[in-house]
Design a protein. Structure first.
Length: 583
């Protein structure tokens, strides 16, 4: 038998190549981890995939994840790799685990626990701590193998704690020497392979004890000093998350000045604030002006509302602040459900006035007019107002707490409630539509690997393909080529990874073969598979026929093949020479 000409050939698929252009029918041939031929491929592959009637897309690039811990103990970056993602960028929002002295480990773990809902026991059991400097952290990741590529950024909070110690934690202003030391570390991290630097300026980011993130009030001189260090290295992007409060345009103007001074690309998280539902447009307009002036700036936006999930086996539920519930909260789920179903317990629970702890619980746990039952089979992420707990209760002549309790107890206590708290201020995804279709935005904010007991948004890429290109009924849809271009080429370019995100000669062979007609996003479930027996929300999808990373098939019909071709990505990547010549 003649030797195979290629490692893999994907035959007869409908190619959506990531350029935004019209789909076309073709074969794709792969050798040595790159795409070597597109068209009618005569040669045989050592492996072949029949893609007739299926979409063939580039692998998805998720630029906003928090696998900083998981990547040190796990091989599979699930849930992201279940959703067609072949490259993740971690180290966002200014939180991470390097650089870190041994005596500061608990500080960074407590911060990550509070900011990203990754429990302390999980992190202390899972993190190997075989590093102190950021380059050593990269070396640790480089020794590992994954089901997708992992890239990372240097986190501001870790830099601040490392350099300023208690003063940094207390959010004292950085001195000139402090800034120089942080800048030196950031430059060294980027030169060692970090894709960039991230920071947080939001009050939502706190330790579990309620202390704000050390970077909350960092001065413009501090941020500019670090950005100028990246400019000296001629490498690295900047990623920021901010409340844009009290003056959103003043905050944006500071970011613009930092980009003007340093020349480094900057992206910021953008979502609709329900308290000021039209304010996101101010920032979109300011972004347009900055980009028109030649500044490399962009916004990361979400393809669906950012929403908290409440459940009996999750971090919170609407009865978490009730003393009656607290009396059984530590029981195993089955015992808790049995107790909650007894008439006496139910009556006491429903009659009780809760005593919430903290502003989030006070504002959220009884927000019946904004809370929805999440379907147990195919979840609806754009539910209408008549699906809120308040509306259901009014229709059925019950109270909202009764409706909530019955839903939580359904399926042996597996019922989940959904509270969208960002980008659902109009009671629909119209704000998301405006943000997604803006010229200077990219899909992001999935937080894959984080919020394991409250949020499960690593499935964002599947929402883009199912809801926005096929299923949406409450507004305009998006085209498949547009969505693929944004989730692949645009996200890759945002972080300087110009060797992926396209189906073109010479590009990395990161691809998905997708049955678009049957692509389905399943409801979140609970898995108890983290270190120390920790639990996490997980979410799978149906319809991904195959996912390919670096030319190796990593998933078939949603199941791992055992191939682990993913590696640490060190630094930005240029466009393939073959593509440059063709252009």
């Amino acid at each position: 038998m003649a030797q195979a000409a290629y490692d893999l050939v994907i035959r007869g698929g409908t190619i959506v190549d990531g350029s935004g252009g019209e789909p076309f029918a073709a074969d794709v041939a792969i050798a040595h981890g790159v795409i070597v031929e597109i068209g009618r491929v005569a040669g045989r592959g050592a492996e072949e995939i029949d893609a007739r009637g299926l979409l063939v897309t580039p692998g998805f690039v998720d630029v906003h994840t928090h696998y900083d811990g998981q990547a040190t103990w796990d091989e599979r970056m699930q849930p992201s790799s279940w959703h067609g993602v072949t490259t993740v960028v971690q180290g966002n929002c200014g939180v991470g685990f390097a650089p870190c002295r041994p005596e500061d480990r608990d500080r960074l773990v407590y911060l990550m626990e509070g900011v990203e809902d990754l429990p302390y026991p999980v992190l202390t059991a899972g993190l190997p701590w075989d590093w102190e400097s950021f380059p050593q952290y990269l070396d640790s990741l480089e020794r590992r193998r994954f089901d997708l590529d992992v890239a990372t950024q240097v986190p501001h909070a870790a830099l601040r704690v490392h350099v300023m110690r208690e003063r940094g934690v207390a959010r004292e202003p950085a001195t000139g020497d402090d800034i120089a030391a942080m800048a030196r570390l950031a430059k060294g991290a980027v030169e060692a392979g970090a894709l960039g630097f991230s920071t947080s300026r939001t009050l939502n980011h706190r330790t579990k004890a309620g202390e704000p993130t050390p970077t909350l009030t960092a001065g413009e001189d501090e941020l500019t000093g670090i950005a100028m260090a990246l400019a000296e290295a001629n490498a690295g992007v900047l990623q920021v998350v901010s409340d844009f409060h009290p003056d959103p345009l003043a905050e944006f103007a500071m970011f613009r000045r930092i980009v003007e001074a340093s020349g480094r690309p900057l992206s910021f998280s953008l979502a609709q604030n329900h308290a000021a539902p039209d304010s996101f447009r101010l920032l979109l307009d300011a972004l347009t002006d900055a980009v028109d002036a030649g500044l490399p700036m962009a916004a990361q936006v979400s393809p669906r509302a950012v929403g908290v999930l409440f459940g009996l086996d999750l971090t919170l539920n609407p009865f978490s602040a009730h003393d009656t519930y607290r009396a059984v909260a530590d029981l195993p789920l089955a015992e808790r459900v049995a107790a909650m179903r007894t008439p006496g317990f139910r009556a006491a629970l429903l009659a009780e006035t809760p005593s919430p702890r903290g502003p989030f619980a006070s504002a959220s746990l009884s927000n019946w007019a904004g809370m929805y039952p999440l379907g147990a089979t195919s979840p609806d992420y754009e539910p209408a107002a008549d699906r809120t707990l308040a509306a259901i209760a009014a229709r059925e002549g019950r109270t909202p707490p009764e409706v909530a309790l019955d839903h939580l107890l359904a399926n042996d206590g597996a019922g989940i409630l959904y509270l969208p708290f960002l980008s659902y201020g109009y009671g629909s995804l119209e704000a998301s539509y405006e943000m997604l279709t803006h010229r200077d935005t990219v899909p992001g904010l999935s937080d894959g690997g984080a919020h394991v007991g409250m949020i499960c948004d690593g499935s964002f890429p599947t929402s883009l393909l199912t809801h926005w290109t096929r299923d949406r009924t409450r507004g305009a849809k998006l085209s498949v080529p547009f969505v693929i271009q944004r989730q692949c080429a645009a996200t890759a370019a945002l972080v300087g990874l110009h060797d992926r995100g396209r189906i073109a000669i010479g590009y990395r062979a990161d691809l998905n073969v997708i049955d678009h007609a049957r692509l389905t996003l399943h409801a979140p479930t609970i898995a108890h598979d983290l270190p120390a027996g920790g639990r996490r929300l997980m979410q799978r999808a149906g319809g991904y026929v195959a996912t390919v990373c670096a030319g190796a098939i990593t998933y078939r019909d949603g199941e791992p093949t055992g191939a682990l071709p993913g590696r640490l990505v060190r630094g930005a990547r240029g466009a393939p020479a073959a593509r440059r010549q063709a252009a």
